[in-house]
Design a binder for this molecule. Sequence first.
Ligand SMILES: [Zn+2]
Length: 684
Amino acid sequence: MSTPKRYTITAALPYTNGPIHIGHLAGVYVPADIYSRFLRLTGNDVAYICGSDEHGAAIPMRAKKEGVSPQVIIDKYHAIIKKSFEDFGISFDNYSRTSAKVHHETASEFFKKMYENNQFVEEVTEQLYDEEAKQFLADRFVIGTCPKCAHEEAYGDQCEKCGSSLNATDLINPKSTISGAVPVLKQTKHWFLPLDQYEDFLKEWILEGHKKDWKPNVYGQVKSWIDDGLRPRAVTRDLDWGIPVPVEGADGKVLYVWFDAPIGYISSTKEWAAREGKDWEPYWKDKDTKLVHFIGKDNIVFHCIIFPSMLKAEGSYILPENVPANEFLNLEGNKLSTSKNWAVWLHEYLEDFPEKQDVLRYALTANAPETKDNDFTWKDFQARNNNELVAILGNFINRVIVLTNKYYNGVVPTPNDFSEVDQQTLTELKAYPAVIASSIERYRFREASQELMNVARLGNKYLADEEPWKLVKTDEERTKTIMYVALQIASALATLAEPFLPFSATKLKGMLNHVPVAWNAIATEDVLIPAGHKIEKGELLFAKIDDKEIQQQLDKLEATKKANEIANKQVEPQKETATFDDFTKLDLRVGTIVEAEKMPKAKKLLVLKVDTGINVRTIVSGIAEHFKPEEVIGKKVTVLVNLAPRKLRGVESEGMILMTETPEGSLVFINPDQDAVTPGAVIS
Ligand SMILES: [Zn+2]
């Protein structure tokens, strides 16, 4: 294991236009939290930094939609996000927000220093402008076809499908997302970061320097952008929401959100250091500090190309040692989506599964989208809990705690001589801290979580083979040794589980009533929990999750799917104008259905006898898939009585019953629902 170091670990700043969902957790916050907790446990100096990203075009857009000010939006979501992270046990050393004064100052100073060193290109160019909304269009204010992959809903700064970074003027068939108008070109002045001038630096630093240690998905994306050639990129915007551009002649302009947001890591570190009485600078400027950015794959360009170029330009900062971006997590086979509400929201999960934070942490880690997109399913979640957490880890701990209390009143027994199996088991145990550490240090959190489970498997196998519950009747001395060995494994688990399952690890430490063992001590110390030590009574670490709880979650998703289908259903356009004469040609009457039967060999047709007041006539109606014959007898309906008769399957139909369709797709009658109306009454 490496010698202790100083680490600055950042997790992507969540955007305050919606709450946190499982995709964010699996992609960024859970792996970053495991990493940070592990590094603290192994004696490193860690600043785990995050905060809310509160600028950018989506915020005022959402505010407009909800009819409130942007401040109301950011306050609302900042509070929800911050609380759900805390409740979920994400161990940020600081969680700030980019609307904070320290951030506005830090980002302004950063821009000013680059400006004074002539590191921007100032240029009047033609930008997209919405003449109806009287506003320039950039970023999320404009969508169009991606010039790289032909995705039709690419944003003005990025295509979320292929990940390409774009300028708004690159879009094919651009359209304003405010008014829907086709934008015109209008001149405006902006400051550009000449990324083309950083190509050599990026090639040397990433393509040559990090070919081996960066994840292939990250390295590959970066390489393809650099190979394509980088172009200057505007870092200012014509917007009224954001950090004002801090130079003369920039009225009505703010910093591009992706210029200010990553500086938020620095300002959040400053806020933390001020509170803790520390110096923030070594965490960002000392070359012995290891800076690691945890992000999702849609943020690679900003963290591997743009922000490092800014840090390089500014000149006094270190560069990230790694950017372990994850791929995307899907939900039950579909892409997670905030706007479509297709998600498992963290704050709702915590309400539905109180005190089951570790179950979600484990399910997301064991199935993390580390090398490819992965799917979260509630069935897998249930299986991870019932078959692994309950059946393996929980089962082992429960046996150890219960038997120790039962046989020895909770006092760790004094062992006798170790058998070969005992020695082998203890030797295997000693290897795990390094095995798990190696996986974590290489950002392989799935693998690490499975190695943790293997420690519990080791314990289960040991107990199953040695069978202390049988031996206790015949060989008390041998039983003591077995239980002593099992307690050493339980004690190691309390420490090894902490990065992955912090709530359960705390519970377990409580049950063992034990000063926690240091991570590295597990490999070197022979005694982790000494004979004579008194442990507490047990409680179950994990409880089974039954089918009913899973079905409730699936039903919730099914309801979302239905709601989306309804929302997406298009209202049919209005038909051509009809004259009053056209209308009076139609003879609409109230009728009563007096008989109904199925048309033989026709799935959709009912043959009805309808009392129209004029006569009782036969009408064939295509409603058999929606109504049983007995359901419609006696119903009052609206009938077009002078429709030209026509034969359907040999039966002459004299008229038509008016129907409509609900958003869910059921047919219903246009129903004169009053007792006073009688068959034959004219509808006009
Ligand atoms: Zn694209």
